[in-house]
Write a protein that binds this ligand. Structure first.
Ligand code: 173
Length: 502
């Protein structure tokens, strides 16, 4: 193709209406006039940038290739002469100034002692919208808090006089080596917290030899995240199943070709939960009467960007579909978001490679039980019904939600989990400190493992057995637990609707 002559910024600027709407993203011009009503995030946000450079707004929410893959080729109008583009005026508000000052005043990383610290700092240095999006959870956020609180109902029964001069907490997960029974679980929209988004996780995971689960809705493209991995670095893919199965098939087969070692099919999000902190944030910024209710596709856009961009997820996904996945890939298949033993048993009977006992970080069904509580019943029932014991190489159990300490991980391992997923703490780590923050978070977990393996009397992961914990209170949701000051201080109270300012 002949090199296209670059357009001038002045020309682009004249296409600034609903009737003719051009935008610039990463130095290229796109005619999005016909796309306005199809845009999952609504037309209003595009029209705000009509005729202008939308890159800064576009980047955190879209993978770089979203626009090129979604817009027909004839709407790609080619490059713009960089010097002719009017800079989008960035107004720094007093609030933003104050935030930047707080960023300057972050404590050095060596003063960060635990994963709670990252959350406390992130809450103060992140942009409000990003914090609201990452921290929010469903409805009254009862499950969100229970995820962490459940670990407080499990106590240790340590062994004494075991030679723990050398301790080793490395393990094997789905046949792959990991330096600890922890993986970085999938979380969407990494660039909301840091310009490098998910790549912070990839690079830190490489340094520490842990596995990263790549999210379907990452801010970086899937290929960018795989390209950033080191040779031999293990990555998995979290999959939201598209209503259009041809798209899902393409994603899955591309992932397998790129060396992805496990496919985690999310089954707890046929519809995205209501995260009211996130929703309220949108309403304080925009006049609610102007948030468009629905586009031509009938998607309700009044409930935040996440809900809108998740509209492709198929609420019709069912058990019978799982056989199809076996025909399109040889990757191990794992269901992510199992919440009762009956479903874990079905997954086992279907010959899947495992299940993640998870409630999506408390972001979906409020009053779903914690993964660690479900683990206890799954292990008991699968033993009773199928005579299998855990950990089990053929059918592996994973848990996520509320994990903040190596002791939490050790409890899950004692109860039969192969590994535990951690999500938000790593988001908070890179939102506050970039890649170094994630490295520090992983280092903290290693340090906590070393000490706690010694203190419970376990030399290796195999020595962490069910008799080392007392979980007799796990199902008792009203058991008194000691006050949890670090977590409670971080937890941000929900707010009611407010009167409009007069
Ligand atoms: O929990 C989430 O926020 C999530 O999974 C998601 C789903 C769709 C779009 C953005 C995020």
């Amino acid at each position: 193709m002949a090199a296209q002559k670059a357009l001038s910024g002045k020309d682009v600027a004249t296409h600034n209406t609903r009737e003719s709407c051009w935008i610039i993203v990463h130095g290229n011009v796109y005619d999005v006039t016909d796309f306005l009503d199809e845009h999952p995030g609504g037309s209003k946000i595009i029209l705000k940038y009509a005729g202008k450079d939308a890159t800064a707004e576009y980047d955190p929410i879209h993978p770089p290739d979203a626009i090129t893959t979604n817009l027909p080729k004839e709407k790609h109008l080619g490059p713009v002469e960089p010097d002719t583009v009017e800079k989008v005026e960035v107004v720094i508000t007093d609030e933003e100034k104050a935030r930047l000052e707080r960023v300057e005043n972050r404590p050095p990383l060596d003063e960060i002692l635990n994963l709670h610290d990252f959350e406390a700092i992130a809450r103060q240095v992140m942009r409000d919208k990003a914090w609201a999006y990452y921290s929010s959870a469903a409805d009254d956020e009862i499950t969100n808090r229970e995820n962490h609180a459940a670990y407080h109902r499990i106590w240790f029964r340590p062994k004494i006089l075991v030679d723990v001069t050398k301790v080793d907490w490395s393990t094997t997960i789905l046949g792959q080596r990991s330096t600890m029974p922890v993986y970085i679980t999938a979380t969407a929209l990494g660039k909301l917290g840091h310009p490098d988004g998910e790549l912070n996780l990839t690079r830190a995971a490489a340094k520490h030899g842990v596995i990263q689960m790549i999210p379907t809705l990452a801010s970086c493209s899937f290929d960018e995240i795989v390209d950033a991995a080191q040779p031999g670095q293990v990555q998995w893919l979290q999959l939201y199943v598209n209503k259009d199965r041809a798209i899902t098939k393409r994603i899955v087969q591309h992932a397998e070709k790129r060396g992805i070692k496990g496919l985690f099919i999310t089954v707890d999000a046929p519809q995205l939960g209501r995260r009211e902190k996130d929703m309220r944030m949108k309403f304080t910024d925009e006049d609610p009467s102007e948030v468009s209710k629905s586009g031509s596709d009938g998607v309700d856009r009044s409930q935040g960007a996440a809900r809108a961009i998740s509209s492709f997820i198929d609420p019709g996904l069912k058990w019978a579909d799982l056989d199809w996945f076996k025909t399109i890939t040889r990757m191990p298949l794992i269901l992510k978001g199992v919440q009762r033993w009956e479903d874990a048993l079905k997954a086992y009977d279907l010959g899947l490679a495992g299940v993640v006992l998870s409630n999506h970080g408390g972001r979906q069904l409020d009053f779903a039980r914690s993964g660690i509580e479900v683990l206890v019943e799954v292990v008991a029932k699968l033993k009773e019904k199928r005579g299998i014991s855990f950990p089990n190489e053929k059918f592996q159990l994973f848990v996520d939600g509320g994990v903040r300490r190596a002791t939490d991980v050790i409890k899950a391992v004692a109860l039969g989990a192969t590994a535990v997923g951690i999500g938000r703490p790593f988001l908070y780590a890179f939102s506050s400190y970039g890649q170094e923050g994630v490295e520090k978070a992983l280092q903290i977990l290693h340090d906590e493992f070393e000490m706690n393996m010694r203190l419970i009397g376990a030399e290796t992961i195999k020595d962490i057995t069910p008799d080392m914990v007392d979980c007799s209170n796990i199902g008792s949701h009203i058991a008194a637990i000691p006050e949890d000051r670090l977590y409670d201080a971080n937890y941000e109270t929900l707010q009611h609707a407010k009167l409009r300012e007069i």
